[in-house]
Design a protein around this ligand. Structure first.
Ligand code: DX5
Ligand code: ZN
Length: 217
């Protein structure tokens, strides 16, 4: 299980997105939070910004869609240049069909669960996915406190991935920092999104290195 650190540009300066994207050396992916003010009570960016970002950086884009009507929109983010597209299962009418469509268009397909959404009903969907995202805060805002009560869900999901012998990556997003990343890694997460812990740091590249070192111990 290789550790991956994905800085979230939600905590970056949106007026300088291209520079901010390049300011982080050693990031595996750039995490791009798309919010529509319906699925979550916040509004960020959409397809045109993802298109521009994809041209501005060589780091692959990990698009996290916190939007309604995921079935209609997710494929457009692949076309915009995202290498991984995460939809929320709570916002998808046909998650299996959608995951297949994302893969067919050439991106990694990923599904996210809000804190109150259990993994068990979706066990049979896991082979259709390249990544599962377990939210460790209520989606919508950066800088929130990590929800410890999600650790058992991370553990149970890792067990299911093992049981089925899958290559699936297990991502955590929300409140991931120097003080919480070890607990996430210990529970079985291998892809870590960090917004404020990276872009709020004096030296974002150093923050990525430090988080990676902690997750690898
Ligand atoms: C929250 C977003 C996160 C956010 C994380 O809804 O999905 O990706 O940027 O920010 P931090 O790391 O500050 O909790
Ligand atoms: Zn996110």
């Amino acid at each position: 299980m290789a550790v991956q650190i994905n800085p979230s540009i939600l905590s970056a300066d949106f007026a300088r997105l291209a520079e901010e994207a390049k300011a982080v050396d050693g990031a595996d992916w750039l995490h791009v939070d798309v919010m529509d003010n319906h699925f979550v009570p916040n509004l960020t960016l959409g397809v045109p910004v993802v298109e521009s970002l994809a041209r501005a950086t060589d780091t692959p884009l990990d698009c996290h869609l916190m939007i309604e009507d995921a079935d209609r929109w997710a494929p457009q983010y692949v076309e915009a240049g995202a290498s991984s597209v995460t939809f929320h299962v709570e916002a998808a009418g046909a998650p299996v069909r959608l995951a297949r469509e994302i893969r067919a268009k050439g991106a990694r397909a990923s599904m996210a669960l809000k804190p109150a959404t259990p993994i068990e009903p979706y066990e049979d969907l896991l082979p259709e996915l390249d990544m599962l995202l377990i939210m460790t805060v209520e989606p919508g805002f950066g800088g929130q406190s990590f929800l410890d009560i999600m650790l058992p869900k991370i553990r149970r999901t890792r067990e299911l991935i093992r049981k089925h012998g899958l290559e699936l990556w297990l991502q955590v997003d929300g409140g991931v920092s120097a003080s919480t990343i070890e607990r996430c890694a210990d529970a079985g997460a291998d892809v870590f999104v960090a917004g404020s812990a990276v872009y709020g740091a004096q030296d974002p590249s150093e923050a990525v290195r430090a988080l990676r070192a902690q997750a690898e111990t």
